[in-house]
Design a protein around this ligand. Sequence first.
Ligand code: 5RP
Length: 226
Amino acid sequence: MKHSKSEKQIAGEKATDYIKDGMVVGLGTGSTVYYTIKRLGTLVKKGLKIEAVSTSSATTKLAKSLGIPLVSANDVSRIDVTIDGADEIDPRFYAIKGGGGALLYEKIVATISRKVICVVDSTKLTNQIGRFPLPVEVVPFAYKHVLKKLAKNGLEATLRLNEDKKPYLTDEKNMILDLRLGRIESPTELADWLNGIPGIVEHGLFIDLINEVMVGEKNLCKILKR
Ligand code: 5RP
């Protein structure tokens, strides 16, 4: 029996339509972009010539296993197109990312990309972001002080743990605090405030970074443009 594709697979695969010969491509992280990377691997085997910048050790491992040529962010002067997922995204394309812990490299790669395409299933669309806990990457040296500062300002955060109940560490060996906000009234104000706290390396609020959203909806792919 043939299984129908999931919404993640529909969106993830469709995004490869944007990738052309000679491009430098940013590869996001997660279970939606997984399908982008798998399809890209097939296209590379068929002769597509690209170079890719990975946003995590997990993506690097997958891309390498598929024979996708990788370069580091420092080896390129720009990235033509980046394809990445999101945990939540609103109609302005403000997004929460970092559920998979790769927010720091993802944000850097998005910032140096000419175009960022977000691939999601229909459950990720929301009118107001904040229901998904906001990931904040902190240096281990200061994490308790950052937690205290957040609590003082009424923000409830928990230290992310791995399966062994030890602190989860990012590819940069930082920790992640997940902020339970419920709703974020002003994402820009919150982003600016978090950016000003010493010890915070990056947060998962992506504002004015995403150009297009590809949404898997039932068995179709809807393309949203700003
Ligand atoms: C990883 C991310 C992912 O893009 C986000 O968590 C969405 O993942 P998925 O496609 O598996 O739902 O930000 O840091």
